[in-house]
Design a protein around this ligand. Structure first.
Ligand SMILES: Nc1ccn([C@H]2C[C@H](O)[C@@H](COP(=O)(O)OP(=O)(O)OP(=O)(O)O)O2)c(=O)n1
Length: 412
């Protein structure tokens, strides 16, 4: 028997998982809402095709799509019969997460119209971030995850292998989508919010916060990680921002305000043991957790209580290196500083990899080394680990927070 996880976003019975496109119940602009996503899909492709006419762009788009295997998606967000959001998928960030970034949990009061079935990564974020939200899509080839490697054109064997891999990924996505949409409605409650205060201890000429405050925020993230629903590893994330204008925030906060926080968990409102929990050491890929679990950063961004303002420094503290799924999201959200650990950095693990973080540009990165003398890719000894990972004694003095070098080896 399961029990509900508290969360602000139950997955609903009313979820419309249309095998064929379902026009919105004849809203005034219903047919337009249906057509618009296709236009949005095309608009992204038009951008890629350059300033040519629509028809040419479409032809070009199909050619490129076939080559790239991206299957771009258009998304229209409708609220009270008005279009409140237009999003299209790019090669790094899909339309679904882009809508989550723009609207957050306000998507709950809207209807979503996709031009094709979203991939499992998008669907899990949409389901997690919405409540009683109709989701409609045109039939046809589903969206392909940005994590799926494009087919190589170098030789036919690797091309065939890539195409096979894409088919397998698409099939697994379809299974995950079905599983995600079949979840049931549960209770609603507010997402956990840390009420910790920060002392005003930072160097205004350099980093937005001093190391002591960074340690403090990391401890907050770590505490959150213990709330994980992942049977194996807990990850916590806290986002703080530093207001540029003085005088708006009480001095106690040192100019910082909480943007959001989260931990890795199954879609909000799901039952215990409802989704697969295996990791990538176990054989059956259909039963692995990665397509279902919402990452700590994804939850922190989705259930944020403040918008991320580009004019303010925004600081993400996350107990584990951001994975390849989250890096584009974090960048698109406008996070300016990332404080994280060196755990798994650079690792390629198939279902979840950590390669993109090292190449992330334009963001200040601080790498938390639990033990500077140890190399990367060691065992899990950071944050709310569970299960088989061995506990390492904590030596506070061995911790070292250091700026992450950019790809040229220079510190940011
Ligand atoms: N920045 C990150 C990185 C990971 N996670 C979450 C998503 C999954 O719940 C879990 C995945 O962690 P691992 O990469 O450690 O995968 P495994 O649990 O399979 O461990 P292993 O390294 O042994 O394969 O962590 C997260 O929320 N935020």
């Amino acid at each position: 028997m399961g029990f509900p996880r508290t969360g602000s976003n139950p997955v609903r019975d009313e979820f419309i998982y249309a095998p064929r496109f379902t026009p919105p119940a004849r809203e005034k602009k219903g047919s337009w809402s249906g057509i618009k996503p296709s236009w949005m899909e095309e608009s992204e492709l038009k951008n890629r095709a350059g300033p040519c006419r629509a028809e040419t762009a479409r032809t070009e788009a199909f050619r490129r799509t076939a080559e790239d295997k991206i299957n771009t998606v258009g998304l229209v967000v409708v609220k009270d019969s008005k279009v409140v959001g237009l999003h299209s998928s790019g090669s790094e960030l899909h339309a679904g997460p882009s809508a989550i970034l723009e609207h957050g949990s306000k998507l709950s009061q809207s209807s979503l119209y996709f031009s094709r079935r979203p991939c499992a990564t998008c669907l899990k974020m949409i389901i997690n971030g919405t409540k009683n939200t109709p989701i409609c899509f045109w039939p046809g080839d589903p969206e392909i995850s940005t994590l799926t490697p494009p087919p190589s054109s170098e030789n036919s064997t690797s091309h065939d292998a890539s195409v096979l891999l894409i088919s397998e990924e698409a099939a697994l996505d379809a299974v995950a989508s079905d599983k995600l949409k079949s979840t049931v409605a549960l209770t609603s409650a507010s997402h956990p919010v840390s009420d910790a205060s920060l002392r005003s201890q930072f160097d205004p000429d350099h980093d937005p916060v001093c190391p002591d405050v960074a340690v403090h925020c990391m401890v907050q993230a770590r505490l959150l990680s213990y709330r994980t629903e992942d049977p194996k590893v807990g990850v916590g994330a806290v986002i703080w921002a530093k207001r540029q204008e003085s005088g708006c925030v009480p001095a106690l906060m040192g100019g910082l305000y909480l943007v959001g926080c989260g931990f890795n968990a199954y879609p909000s409102g799901s039952h215990f043991n409802e989704f697969p929990q295996m990791d990538d050491k176990q054989e059956d890929r259909q039963r692995r957790k990665y397509r279902y679990i919402i990452h700590a950063e994804q939850n922190a961004l989705t259930f944020r209580t403040h918008e991320i303002r580009r004019s303010d420094a925004s600081l993400l503290f996350v107990t584990k290196c951001p994975c390849d799924e989250c890096v584009p999201l974090i960048r698109a959200a406008g996070v300016s500083h990332i404080y994280t650990s060196d755990l798994d950095q650079g690792r390629d693990k198939g279902d979840i990899s950590y390669r993109r973080f090292q190449h992330l540009q334009g963001v200040h990165k601080y790498c938390w080394q639990r033990n500077p003398s140890a190399g990367h890719h060691t065992s899990h000894y950071v944050n709310g680990f569970l299960g088989k990972h061995k506990t390492e004694p904590e030596h506070r003095n061995s911790k070292k927070l250091r700026p992450f070098p950019d790809s040229n080896g220079e510190e940011l």
